[in-house]
Write a protein of this length. Structure first.
Length: 481
C-alpha cells in the first residue's frame, strides 16, 4: 500500500516526542488519547494506582504504569514476559507495517495486539490483552479505550484470528482512526489452530474484505511472508511433532509423491501394500490434536423449545417518543446482558473442550483403565492392590514399579525438550484442580516447547503435592522448584 511520505496531524493536542520517558511519563503523554471503555468519557489520574472516568466515575487499575482498560465483564488475563530468544518477541514488523510507522511520525500509530515486542517506538502505542514489558495499554480489540479519531494509522499483525468479535474490532479500528488514516491488517488463513487463549477464525481474503467493508480498500492479497510454503511448513512441522518418533521417521523417509499417492489410493479405495506404513503414520495423530490441523470442523445442535405466541395479548398502542427511548435503554441493557452471558457460555464451552482433551490426553498413558463396574473379580483385586501401593509408596518408587509391571514408561512417552523451552509458566497451585487446569491448558497449545515450573513449599496440601509429583513423572516438561 503506497503511503505519501508526509506527516499526519493527530486529533489529540499532545504530540509524540522522541525523548525517552519513564512509565509514568509515558502514561501522562498518552492519557489525553484514552477514553472510558464503558461510556467513552475522559479519564483522569487522581492516584498513581488507578484512572477514573470523569463521566460514569468507573475506576481502572494502573499496574507498573500500564492502564488496564477492560470491560467490566472481562477479567484481567495476566502478565506476559519475553526475552531476546523468544520467537514471539522476535516477530518483527512487516515491511509494509514498518513503512506505515515511519511515514506517520507526525501522529500516533496504534499497534493492535502488539504482543511481546522488545522495543518501543515513541509514537507507537502498543495494545494487547496481556501486559507485556512494552505494552502501553491493556485492552480488548472490540472495545478500544481510545477517543474517536485518535490515531493517524493502525497496524495489526496475526491478531484477528484470535478475536471473538472481529467485525466489532474492525468497527472500533474505524472509530479510533482519523478520516484518511491508514489501517494495515494481517491475519491467518491456512494455519493450524494456535495461540492462547483462543483461535476463533481463519479468514479468506474475501472474509477479511468483508470485515473491513466500511473502509476504502486500496489493496488486499498475499504478502511474501504469507506465501503458501510457510503454511505447508507449519502444518508439516506440527504434524511430525505430534506423532510418535517411529511414525514421524516413516513420513520423513517417504517422498512427497509417495504420500500423495497413498492418499489418492485411499480415496479411490484401491490401496496397495506399500501404502500401509505411510497411512498408518498419518493415522497416528492423537485424537486430541486432530482439531489443530483438521480440514474442517463440524457441529450438531438441537433447537430448544420456543415460547408460543400469546393470543390473548391486545394489540399494542402506537409508541410515543418517551416509550421508544425507554425501550432503547432496555434493549441496550439486554444486549449487554446477552454479551455477558455469551462470554460465560464461551468460557463454559472452552472448559468442556479442555476437559475432553484432558481425557484424551490421559487415555494415551492409562489405556488399561476402565470402569470398576466392568472389571472382573481378578481385575478388581489388581486395581485395589495398585491403589493401595500407590497410597503408601513414594511417587518415584510407584512409577518405577508401574513401568516395570506394564513394560512401558510414561515419562519416556512424552516429549523431552532437546532445546530451551519456547516459554515457561510458573505456578503456585493451592488446590489439585488449579494445577490440573494449568497443566492441561498447556498441553492444549500448538507449540510443545513449553515448561511448567511448579513451586513446592512446606504447608501445601498432601493432595497438591501428590498431583505435582505425578505430573512431574508424567511429563518431563513439568519441573518442581
Amino acid at each position: 500500500m503506497a503511503t505519501p511520505r508526509q506527516p499526519h496531524q493527530s486529533a489529540c493536542p499532545m504530540k509524540p516526542h522522541s525523548s525517552p520517558s519513564t512509565d509514568a511519563q509515558r502514561l501522562a503523554r498518552i492519557l489525553p488519547l484514552l477514553a472510558c471503555p464503558a461510556c467513552r468519557g475522559s479519564l483522569r489520574q487522581n492516584e498513581p494506582a488507578y484512572l477514573q472516568c470523569m463521566g460514569c466515575q468507573a475506576s481502572y487499575p494502573v499496574r507498573s504504569g500500564v492502564p488496564i482498560l477492560l470491560p467490566a465483564s472481562m477479567q484481567e488475563p495476566g502478565v506476559g514476559s519475553v526475552d531476546a530468544d523468544d520467537p514471539v518477541s522476535m516477530h518483527p514488523y512487516s515491511p509494509a507495517s514498518q513503512d506505515i510507522i515511519e511515514t506517520h511520525r507526525g501522529g500516533w500509530v496504534l499497534d493492535l495486539g502488539a504482543g511481546g515486542k522488545l522495543h518501543r517506538q515513541d509514537h507507537v502505542i502498543q495494545v494487547d490483552i496481556f501486559r507485556y514489558p512494552m505494552t502501553d495499554v491493556v485492552a480488548t480489540a472490540d472495545c478500544l479505550p481510545f477517543r474517536d479519531n485518535a490515531f493517524s494509522a493502525v497496524i495489526s499483525q496475526a491478531v484477528f484470528e484470535h478475536l471473538q468479535y472481529p467485525e466489532q474490532a474492525a468497527a472500533e479500528v474505524r472509530r479510533v482512526l482519523q478520516p484518511g488514516g491508514v489501517a494495515k491488517i494481517d491475519t491467518a488463513f491456512l494455519q493450524p489452530e494456535h495461540g492462547y487463549p483462543h483461535h476463533f477464525y481463519n479468514a479468506t481474503e474475501t472474509g477479511l474484505r468483508h470485515w473491513f467493508r466500511d473502509f476504502d480498500i486500496e489493496w488486499s492479497g498475499v504478502e511474501p511472508y504469507q506465501h503458501p510454503q510457510w503454511s505447508l511448513s507449519w502444518f508439516l512441522a506440527v504434524y511430525l511433532d505430534r506423532i510418535d518418533p517411529a511414525h514421524a521417521q516413516t513420513l520423513r523417509g517417504a517422498s512427497l509423491g509417495d504420500i500423495l499417492q497413498a492418499l489418492e489410493h485411499r480415496a479411490a479405495a484401491r490401496l496397495q501394500e506399500k501404502d500401509a506404513p505411510i497411512l498408518q503414520a498419518l493415522d497416528a495423530l492423537p485424537a486430541h490434536v486432530l482439531r489443530t490441523l483438521a480440514a474442517g470442523v463440524s457441529i450438531r445442535g438441537r433447537n430448544p423449545p420456543k415460547l408460543p405466541p400469546d393470543k390473548n395479548t391486545e394489540p399494542r398502542a402506537l409508541p410515543t417518543a418517551s416509550s421508544v427511548a425507554q425501550d432503547v435503554r432496555k434493549l441496550t441493557a439486554a444486549r449487554q446482558e446477552i454479551e455477558i452471558l455469551r462470554d460465560q457460555l464461551a468460557a463454559q464451552g472452552e472448559a468442556l473442550v479442555l476437559a475432553t482433551d484432558r481425557g484424551n490426553y490421559l487415555a494415551q498413558y492409562y489405556p488399561d483403565f476402565n470402569s470398576l463396574q466392568r472389571l472382573g473379580v481378578r481385575a478388581w483385586v489388581q486395581f485395589r492392590l495398585a491403589a493401595l501401593l500407590r497410597s503408601v509408596l513414594p511417587a518415584r518408587a510407584w512409577f518405577a514399579l508401574y513401568h516395570l509391571i506394564r513394560g512401558r514408561g510414561i515419562a519416556n512417552s512424552t516429549l523431552e525438550p532437546a532445546q530451551p523451552p519456547f516459554f515457561s509458566v510458573i505456578a503456585d497451585p493451592q488446590t489439585p484442580a488449579s494445577l490440573i487446569n494449568a497443566f492441561f491448558s498447556l498441553t492444549h497449545q500448538t507449540y510443545t516447547g513449553w515448561e511448567l515450573l511448579v513451586i513446592e513449599h512446606p504447608g501445601q496440601q498432601a493432595s497438591v503435592r501428590r498431583a505435582m509429583r505425578d505430573f512431574a513423572h508424567l511429563d518431563q516438561r513439568v519441573r518442581l522448584v
